[in-house]
Design a protein around this ligand. Structure first.
Ligand SMILES: Cc1ncc(COP(=O)(O)O)c(C=O)c1O
Length: 377
């Protein structure tokens, strides 16, 4: 079989499974992006005084003083020693894990962690234990079991998202921190979907729970609620030094353009004090969820990530198409983004939605849920 035939076979199989993807522009009212705070619609100030491109890695003349200012302010926002900006959350997770975890170490990773966490673990060649999603008993059993044969010098890590992007549920962060401490493991948290939206100053779920000091490293992304390109890792100064020296996703990639640093500074001027937008977001969540409950719409997830479980991929596509025809940009989430047999609709609620539209949407979702009883292929 030629290489191109091999590609065609792959794509035909995806079509037959109802999993073929195309790049589709916005369809209607935005209920699918992660622009939770609605900041994506704001314009940034002109930044023409800064060069357009990083033009080199941060270690090779791509470094601009704006990044040390951004990183100092990020660290300060989270009350941490240090922050390090990377080009994307994918790079941050992959680079962080591939740097910190070494062959011979053991990482305990939630079954539904994001692809970038999975790939970072793969790259590290550490031994992995996948625990059932948010299941503390399963994690503890694995920690205890592995403990019997733990060797000296073997570092252990527990990795989780704080708000799971495709489930919309919370990780039990305080309990995970307890378990990590009891079993001499280090906790790493991906705050991609929580950054900007929780805590008095919007730092995320780790800050809201007062857990910053008990966590080895957090990954925060700019591309979701903060509406700025890039991501950052928060931790100790020692961690930052290690990453600057060893993280291949920082060393061997072009720096973000310095003008993007201006956007970060603008974001940092706004987000920590913008409680009004956070309050609006959570009020919208209540409007949607209360209506959903009143019309008996079965939805999963918490807060602003709501899911309608469907099961079958083709049914999920049909349901999404129906809602799109009504003017809602709602997409079907299918494998491999979610496990096989758990295709769903994902509704992302934003601060700049209006409550009436959300109530209306909840009612319009109803036929979707009724006609699509969960079932597997
Ligand atoms: C949980 C989680 N972590 C990391 C990422 C990657 O972030 P980015 O889009 O900045 O690469 C995503 C984005 O989809 C995500 O959902």
């Amino acid at each position: 079989m030629s290489l191109f035939d091999r590609w065609r076979v792959t794509l035909d199989r995806l079509r037959a499974e109802g999993r073929f993807r195309t790049l589709t522009p916005p369809i209607g009212l935005d209920f699918s992006s992660n622009d939770y705070l609605g900041y994506g619609k704001l314009t940034f100030h002109d930044a023409t005084d800064l060069s357009r491109s990083g033009s080199a890695s941060r270690l090779l003349r791509g470094e601009h003083p704006i990044w040390s200012e951004v990183e100092a302010r990020l660290a300060d926002w989270h009350g941490a020693e240090a922050a390090l900006v990377l080009p994307s959350g994918y790079a941050a997770n992959e680079g962080l894990l591939a740097t910190l975890l070494e062959p011979g170490d053991v990482v305990f990773s939630d079954k539904l962690n994001h692809a970038s966490i999975i790939d970072g673990i793969r790259l590290s060649r550490a031994d992995k234990e996948i625990f059932l999603h948010n299941n503390l008993a399963d994690l503890e059993a694995r920690l205890t079991h592995r403990g019997a044969e733990r060797k000296a010098g073997e570092a252990w890590f527990i990795v989780t998202e704080s708000l799971f992007g495709m489930e919309g549920d919370f990780a039990p962060l305080a309990e995970l921190a307890d378990l990590a401490e009891r079993h001499d493991a280090h906790l790493i948290v991906d705050e991609a979907h929580a950054t900007g939206c929780f805590g008095e100053h919007g730092g995320g779920l780790v800050d809201a729970a007062g857990l910053r000091g008990r966590i080895l490293a957090c990954v925060h992304t700019g591309g979701k609620a903060l509406a700025v390109p890039g991501a950052y890792i928060v931790g100790s100064m020692l961690l930052k030094e290690l990453l600057v020296n060893r993280c291949r996703h920082l060393i061997f990639t072009t720096a973000l353009p310095p003008m993007v640093g201006n956007w970060w500074l603008e974001m940092l001027d706004r987000v920590p004090s913008d409680t009004a937008t956070r309050d609006r977001l959570h009020a919208n969540v209540r409007a949607f969820r209360e209506t959903a409950e009143s019309v008996k719409l079965r939805i999963g997830g918490n807060v602003y990530i709501a899911t309608v479980p469907i099961g079958n991929d083709a049914d999920a596509m049909r349901a999404a198409t129906r809602l799109q025809a009504l003017g809602y940009d709602i997409r079907a989430i299918r494998p491999p983004t979610v496990p096989i047999g758990t295709a769903r609709l994902r509704i992302s609620i934003h601060a700049d939605h209006d409550a009436e539209t959300l109530r209306e949407l909840a009612k319009n979702m109803l036929p979707t849920a009724i006609t699509s009883e969960p079932r597997t292929k």
